[in-house]
Ligand binder design. Structure first.
Ligand code: GLN
Length: 447
């Protein structure tokens, strides 16, 4: 049995879309039996965890935040979900998000916006707004989100929780409903760096169901999160502290840098010269991939089917017209345009080339430093409704998160203070491919 979202406690926050009561109770009694028998408990025994509705979880719907998948009940678990389950976690249910992960405010959900538990008139960030809000509100100890261009780090910053973006390939994407496959990743939200590390430890590693999952050995992340960085070289990119950065965020991040110095690390200026191209490059590539990935929603195989269509092409057209939200349609149009003959070279191919330059900026930086520290966002959480009619200003809010996404490196947002109005501020730590141990050590030194 799955409850509908208006019956869920904390309904004004609107973070949970469905609860998987039966599955959660079965797991809890399994753990209880182990405990009674005195058997050793798995690492996440009994830990209540929520799952973004862009991931599949048997026993609950997977809407992807969209009306087109409103009644879709996946018959299988995403690998990330299955690994949490095997580690004993109690999977509570599914969390609200922007449709197909497209958005920065969680206002693009077909099931209503999520409210920020720290300031109910503000957005929680997006697209994993429900995942961040549920942890911030105390509905679950940790949650799973997905991040394509910032959707874990930005809502973590807005809600005052930790959000971890693993290296591309570190955690399997099997069961993650695809938005932009070359960018999509699964990662945890938690109240502490070490809780986030516990989830990563369980989820990381190769998966035969995802050919892009990596065989690079899985390190001891739990230990790293308990060993705050000292003697590390920290890079600070001038491009991430330019015009447009909120002064309260700037000073909170500068305090964080002082804290890292005091812990025996060195802080040095670095440059990521192609930063200004990251937002346009990201939006060309993610829309192109989305236009292709979302062609599978045709009214035949999954989800919503238009009731009165007479022909096949009418069925495709009407099912998609009725099922997809406005932002999803905007992106399919943009992506179809940049992939079409005559425009492909000017937009898609060019963006791929710039992506390589952006990735090389980071690789060059990591030859000099162990980690990079930046603000997670240029501004704190904005008011609900404030930017809904201005997609460009919404896209620009991703300025600090999309570059690392394009480069495939790992990152984490850690709370580092509040504005005078009490809004949470996040600091972003970045490290190289599969350098999660360094990342977690630096994050631990900040926390
Ligand atoms: N805000 C970005 C977008 O709208 C990132 C979303 C994400 O990471 N899924 O595409």
């Amino acid at each position: 049995r799955v409850r509908s979202h208006d019956q869920v406690p904390g309904a004004e926050i609107n973070s949970f879309l469905s609860l998987a009561d039966e599955r959660a109770l079965a797991q809890a009694s399994r753990i209880d039996d182990l405990a009674k028998k005195g058997d050793p408990l798995p690492p996440l025994a009994g830990v209540p965890i929520g799952v973004k509705d862009l991931l599949t979880m048997h026993g609950a719907p997977a809407t992807a935040g969209s009306a087109i998948l409103k009644d879709y009940h996946p018959p299988y678990d995403a690998t990330s979900v299955a690994r949490l389950d095997a580690a004993g976690a109690t999977l509570l249910g599914k969390l609200n998000c922007d449709q197909f992960g497209m958005g920065s405010s969680n206002e693009n959900s077909a099931f209503g916006p999520v409210r920020n538990p720290r300031a109910l008139d503000r957005v929680p960030g997006g697209s994993s707004g429900g995942s961040a809000a549920a942890v911030a509100a105390g509905f679950c100890t940790a949650s799973l989100g997905t991040d394509t261009g910032g959707s874990i780090r930005q809502p973590a910053a807005f809600c005052g929780v930790v959000g971890l973006l693993p290296t591309y390939g570190r955690v399997s994407r099997y069961g993650l409903i695809a938005f932009a496959s070359s960018l999509d990743r699964v990662g945890p939200f938690a109240n502490s760096v070490s809780d986030a590390a516990e989830l990563l430890q369980v989820m990381a590693g190769p998966d035969p169901m995802d050919a892009t999952s990596s065989h690079v050995p899985v390190d001891n992340y739990v230990a790293a999160a308990k060993a705050p960085a000292t003697g590390m070289r920290i890079g600070v990119p001038a491009e991430y502290f330019a015009e447009g950065l909120d002064p309260d965020i700037r000073s909170a991040v500068e305090k964080t840098l002082d804290q890292l110095r005091a812990a025996g690390n060195t802080v040095q200026p670095i440059h990521l010269p192609h930063t200004e191209y990251a937002v346009p490059t990201y939006y060309v590539l993610c829309t192109a991939e989305a236009s292709s990935n979302l062609s599978r929603f045709d009214g035949v195989r999954y989800g919503h089917r238009a009731p009165n269509a007479k022909t096949l092409s009418q069925l495709f057209r009407e099912s998609r017209e009725e099922g997809f939200g406005a932002e999803v349609k905007r992106r399919i149009l943009l992506g179809t345009y940049s992939l079409s003959a005559g425009y492909y070279d000017a937009f898609y191919r060019k963006a791929q080339q710039v992506r390589t330059l952006i990735a090389r900026d980071f690789l060059a930086a990591f030859a000099e430093v162990d980690a990079i520290v930046t603000p997670s966002t240029p501004a704190p959480a904005w008011k609900l409704g404030e930017r809904v009619d201005d997609p460009i200003s919404m896209y620009l809010a991703d300025i600090y998160t999309v570059g690392p996404s394009l480069a495939g490196i790992c990152g984490i947002s850690v709370p580092c203070g509040v504005t005078p109005a009490g809004l949470p501020i996040g600091v972003q730590v970045l490290s190289g491919h599969f350098q999660e141990t360094k990342l977690l050590q630096v994050a631990a030194a900040i926390e």
